[in-house]
Design a protein around this ligand. Structure first.
Ligand SMILES: Cc1cc2nc3c(=O)[nH]c(=O)nc-3n(C[C@H](O)[C@H](O)[C@H](O)COP(=O)(O)OP(=O)(O)OC[C@H]3O[C@@H](n4cnc5c(N)ncnc54)[C@H](O)[C@@H]3O)c2cc1C
Length: 411
């Protein structure tokens, strides 16, 4: 992937931005730029949300500049790291299950287009001590949408998955179609496709620039340049409160999350894809070892709010100890296996765990996109298209707009 340097960026982003790319397109008729404004789109943030948004906008024929301060899928971003789950269990939030079903086909189509393996169909086990409302609602949703699933009772769980301690577990909802996505690699692949199709990537920190009335004219880049555009999409993940302190300050929480990868015993494939599914129990989840990475375990610890720029990505002694206790309890054969890798990150939780896609309350050509809330990665491939259509004035679905509006609640 090429990092765009001063000259090529200026050529691509500054000189040509005044051309009436958007205003000449009928789909932008309702949002025609006011006189003197430029007519390209700048997307700030090349994580799962911004990367896909930029790619879809580019595929719609827009001239798009994608700006990221650390690069697509970087280690500080919420979309960084090795892998993310693509699960369909969403209780009564049917929208997200529907999107997941469509996402499978899209991921497979992109894998074929790019010649890259990014999706591993592991199947997913939602383990439970009792049949909760969330699981009952999910069953209803699955029946409605025709999702294949199986309810497995305790005795069968013990027989089918002897590598896991099923103490206290009574049921599981098994969804065979779901699995794991490569995370950082996925972001890089999206960015490469965007660039190959003529999009421009700039590595720089962006700040709000000059305004004219209720319009933003440009963003100021840490390179000293400015990127002018007709429309701006800020898909800044956990940085949204830093970029928009007054609007997003109490609307997004950024708790630290840690993920452990334990080595599997030599020659033992019981914990390896495709021999074990992704799983969840209480507020923890994990994945089988894929491509020798190690068996992934992600328990939830006490909520500590962190700064995505400055938090340390090493584990504390207490975290190492708690991770070990967790794996020893649920997967006894891994109790003495080494921790072969770990990842530290942060979530970007909205007040109701719905995504946020809305206009800035004071800047009419600025869109705020984020609030992945621990489940956003898998949806980037759907949300990106939604945002692109929304920004282009093509999507006018009031229910979706209401679901993704910035809510009144606060942290
Ligand atoms: C540990 C963990 C596990 C998770 N597990 C899952 C899972 O299993 N399944 C799932 O679907 N989701 C999961 N999620 C959630 C999912 O990963 C996130 O919701 C999603 O990746 C968020 O993407 P994003 O594009 O909004 O944010 P990010 O990926 O953080 O991207 C934002 C980007 O904006 C850039 N940026 C910010 N400010 C600026 C600026 N001023 N100028 C330039 N660039 C800027 C950053 O550098 C960054 O690259 C998990 C999250 C975590 C942390």
């Amino acid at each position: 992937m090429t990092v765009v340097h001063r000259r090529s960026f200026l050529k691509a982003a500054a000189g040509s931005l005044g051309a009436a790319v958007l205003s000449s397109d009928p789909m932008f008729a309702e949002q025609a730029p006011s006189a003197g404004s430029s007519s390209d789109i700048v997307v700030v943030g090349a994580g799962a949300f911004g990367g896909w948004t930029a790619l879809y906008l580019r595929e719609m024929g827009m001239r798009v500049t994608l700006v990221d301060q650390y690069g697509p899928g970087n280690s500080r971003a919420s979309s960084g790291g090795e892998s993310r789950q693509i699960r369909a269990v969403y209780g009564d939030r049917e929208l997200y299950t529907r999107w997941v079903l469509q996402a499978f086909e899209r991921w497979q189509a992109r894998e074929a287009e790019w010649g890259k393996k990014l999706f591993f169909r592991t199947g997913q086990l939602s383990l439970a001590r009792e049949w909760t409302k969330e699981l009952r609602d999910t069953e209803t949703t699955f029946d409605h949408l025709g999702v294949k699933y199986e309810v497995i009772k305790r005795d069968d769980l013990v027989r089918r998955y002897p590598q896991m301690n099923m103490e206290g577990v009574e049921f599981a909802l098994y969804t065979p179609s779901t699995g794991v996505l490569k995370a950082r690699e996925g972001c890089v692949a999206v960015a490469q496709a965007f660039e190959k199709k003529g999009g421009v990537i700039v590595i720089a920190k962006a700040e709000l620039g000059r305004r004219s009335g209720d319009s933003l004219q440009d963003v100021a880049l840490s390179t000293g340049q400015r990127a002018a555009a007709h429309t701006f999409v800020f898909a800044c993940g956990p940085w949204l409160p830093k970029v928009f302190p007054s609007v997003m300050g109490n609307k997004l929480a950024t708790p630290r999350r840690v993920v452990f990868f334990y080595g599997t015993p030599p020659g033992d494939e019981r914990f390896t894809y495709p021999n074990f599914p992704t799983w969840s129990i209480d507020d923890a989840y994990g994945f089988p070892s894929i491509e020798g990475k190690g068996f992934k375990v992600a328990p939830t610890f006490a909520r500590v709010i962190v700064d995505p720029d400055t938090q340390e990505h090493t584990l504390t002694g207490e975290e190492v100890e708690k991770g070990r206790e967790f794996v020893a309890k649920w997967f006894p054969a891994l109790a003495h296996q080494p921790l072969v890798d770990s990842k530290v990150c942060q979530r970007e939780d909205s007040v109701d765990e719905h995504f946020i896609v809305c206009r800035h309350p004071e800047l009419s050509n600025v869109w705020l996109v984020g609030g992945g809330s621990g489940h956003g990665y898998k949806h980037g491939i759907m949300l990106g298209e939604y945002v692109a259509n929304r920004v282009a004035g093509r999507d006018k679905n009031p229910e979706l707009a209401a679901t993704f509006r910035l809510k009144d609640g606060a942290f």
